[in-house]
Design a protein around this ligand. Structure first.
Ligand code: FES
Length: 137
């Protein structure tokens, strides 16, 4: 683990919501939600498999119910640890995983497809509308 792959301290990841971060894949920015699992953290790309232009976390944390992630658009429910949709219009589908690891209470990006960019939403988003900009997911 090195400084370049460091994302955030585990304690900064909420236990009842998500922390939105932006990674870089080549020239593209990709949003990812970090999900706390006790002292561990998992990471999912920030879109719903039902409608891929719908973000789970619109910038202030995704909805959680009974420790499951909820897409508020049509009510799909995702198991926070596996990313599987357990109920809703995309039942059986999975959130797209991004590899992260926890070491010494810190979260590191371990997925070779991405580089960590910043905490928070993509920079090309129009946050006033809550819709995705021209860059796609
Ligand atoms: S867009 Fe997420 S449940 Fe339909």
């Amino acid at each position: 683990m090195d400084d370049a792959s460091h994302i955030v301290a585990v304690d900064e990841v909420p236990t009842d919501s998500t922390l939105l971060v932006t990674l870089r894949e080549g020239f593209d920015e990709k949003e990812v939600v970090l999900v706390r699992q006790d002292d561990d953290v998992v990471a999912w790309r920030n879109y719903c498999p039902h409608w891929t232009d719908v973000r789970l976390d619109k910038g202030s944390g995704a909805e959680f119910r009974d420790e499951e992630l909820v897409c508020t658009r049509h009510g799909a429910i995702f198991e926070a640890d596996s990313g599987e949709c357990s109920h809703g219009p995309c039942e059986g589908a999975y959130l797209e995983a991004v590899d992260v690891a926890v070491e010494g209470g810190e979260v590191y990006l371990t997925d070779d497809d991405y580089e960590f960019d910043h905490i928070g939403p993509k920079s090309d988003r129009d946050l006033s509308s809550g819709r995705i900009g021209f860059g796609g997911n």
